[in-house]
Design a protein around this ligand. Structure first.
Ligand SMILES: Nc1nc2c(ncn2[C@@H]2O[C@H](COP(=O)(O)OP(=O)(O)O)[C@@H](O)[C@H]2O)c(=O)[nH]1
Ligand SMILES: [Mg+2]
Length: 331
């Protein structure tokens, strides 16, 4: 064993020895590999780690059986929308994810703690949202699975360290996402023009972490100027909890969803459990979500809320709904 490995390596090695599942083992090995300095003296060890990772991956997939192979790098979508974190190493992504969701994700003061995508659920108002913590972006070296995850997200939550060099980080992130053919859009600008061919447009929100460590406003104001076109900026602190509620509301807004409550005839609507639809959805879309047969047999609907001209307005299937509407579907 070469003597010049950083102490974090031995931390990760300890996690590896304690790991129970192949996924945990692979994650620890990936961390060891990321931490290990790349030079001739470590070449042999790095090759050995990679071989061990490959073997464990095959084993994990075999255990899971043919049809349902474990896909360690794939995230099963849950909830009404998916938000994916994107940032450079050690900027506070995982800690922000913990502050947002309360899930026990890994946080540490050395880079590359997070090696696999780690999904966690959060509830914003009454909407379940999936937040995915990710390994850091390394410009020019984004693995295909991470690229696919970010491209497929409903909202990209960019993270920069306000106590570091946030402007330089922002520039690195934008150019890296550019190279991934991802176009960032500020959800507050309401621009839904289709993206150019081969590109995807994604609503983005930028969280500037470690605000507790920054005294002046200058850095933040410069960042806001540079970012405004592509994303709204929210200063946050996982330390004090500052900025977490506004960030949650921005994420909900960026998801472009509406909550609609279905009301059975003669009874009140269940306001705890909304039907979640895309902005622009119609009465017919709601009926489809309730039940295919409801849509097929729909005669008309009665609407209370923002989309109606008055409370209890009778509307047809093509009527566009708004957030918070209560709807009685009449078949
Ligand atoms: N003071 C302060 N420290 C933070 C904040 N957010 C993260 N950190 C620290 O920054 C380090 C890196 O955090 P982590 O979430 O693991 O970064 P990641 O690599 O981007 O996931 C840890 O030591 C955190 O405790 C914050 O808002 N304020
Ligand atoms: Mg992390």
């Amino acid at each position: 064993m070469p003597a010049n490995l950083p102490p974090q390596y031995y931390e990760a090695e300890k996690l590896y020895r304690q790991a129970k599942t192949p996924a945990e083992k692979i994650e620890a090995l990936e961390t060891m590999l990321a931490i290990m300095p790349k030079h001739k003296g470590t070449e042999h060890l790095r090759a050995e780690l990679r071989e061990r990772i490959a073997r464990l991956t095959r084993e994990a997939e075999r255990q899971a059986g043919g049809a349902s192979r474990t896909r360690l790098y794939e995230v099963t979508r849950e909830g009404a929308g998916q938000v994916v974190l994107v940032g450079l190493p050690n900027v506070g992504k995982s800690r922000l994810a913990v502050a947002l969701t309360g899930a026990p994700l890994k946080v540490a003061d050395y880079p590359f703690t997070t090696r696999l995508p780690q999904p966690a659920m959060l509830t914003i108002e009454n909407v379940p949202v999936q937040l995915v913590d990710t390994p850091p972006i390394v410009p020019g070296n984004v693995p295909p699975w991470l690229r696919a995850l970010v491209r497929g997200a409903d909202v990209i939550l960019l993270v920069v360290d306000l106590a570091g060099d946030p402007l330089a980080e922002w520039e690195t992130l934008v150019s890296t996402l550019d190279a991934m053919h991802i176009l960032l859009r500020n959800p507050r600008h309401g621009d839904d023009a289709p993206a150019p061919p081969g590109q995807v447009a994604r609503p983005a929100v930028l969280a500037a972490t470690r605000h507790d460590l920054v005294v002046g406003r200058e850095e933040l104001e410069l960042l806001e100027l540079a970012v405004a076109e592509r994303a709204p900026v929210v200063p946050v602190s996982a330390e004090t909890g500052e900025g977490i509620p506004p960030l949650q509301h921005l994420l909900l807004d960026a998801l472009a969803i509406i909550r609609v409550y279905s009301k059975p005839p003669g009874r009140p609507a269940d306001l705890e459990r909304p039907f979640v639809l895309r902005r622009g959805a119609t009465v017919s879309d709601l009926a489809e979500l309730v039940h295919r047969q409801v849509r097929e047999n729909l005669k008309y609907a009665v609407v209370w809320g923002r989309s109606g001209k008055f409370a209890g307005q009778r509307v047809g299937p093509r009527h566009v709904l708004e957030d918070g509407d209560i709807v009685e579907l009449v078949t």
